[in-house]
Design a protein around this ligand. Sequence first.
Ligand SMILES: C[S@@+](CC[C@H](N)C(=O)[O-])C[C@H]1O[C@@H](n2cnc3c(N)ncnc32)[C@H](O)[C@@H]1O
Length: 179
Amino acid sequence: MRFVIALFTAGLLIHLVEAQTPPADQIPINTPYVATPPEVVDAMLDLAKVSARDTIFDLGCGDGRIVIEAAAKYGARGVGIDLNPDRIEEARANAAKAGVADLVRFEAKDLFDADISDATVVALYLLPEANLRLRSRLTTELKPGTRIVSHSFDMGDWKPDQQKLFGGAHLYLWTVHPK
Ligand SMILES: C[S@@+](CC[C@H](N)C(=O)[O-])C[C@H]1O[C@@H](n2cnc3c(N)ncnc32)[C@H](O)[C@@H]1O
């Protein structure tokens, strides 16, 4: 009888744990805030050949420096998305200070919920597991020809079109293929 009760309790516990554990693709990935140094920002924009025709999205934009520099240097449009509202406030203030508030916008939200379909360039500086989780959305939601530029981390077995080491930082570039 004791054995049956132990088995029942174990089954109940497993059921409770399973019920409370979100699916793997919904477990939050907390990429910490580390800003890309200005010279690396310039190298990323250069690698992605950003121009005034582009709309660059920075998924996890921090203080907005990547899209602000793209707007200030090339006249590109930009969208920055960050989970942290303090960062977004900072980014908006920085855009105003740089005189590019009319070219960029910042949204406080989860990048995994963001509509990224308007991007022609996507900038990333996220943890490897966040990059991997984004892969399917990047291929299905981005237009063919959109460039993806990542600071430090690759995309698993996606072969980059270009890869370079700049001032100690690994940079990767991919282009979205036709569907
Ligand atoms: C390593 S920092 C990069 C900041 C900026 N892109 C740069 O290169 O300077 C990563 C940023 O992603 C943000 N972040 C992390 N997870 C996020 C999520 N799920 N949705 C939106 N932003 C996120 C963090 O708040 C942080 O500001």
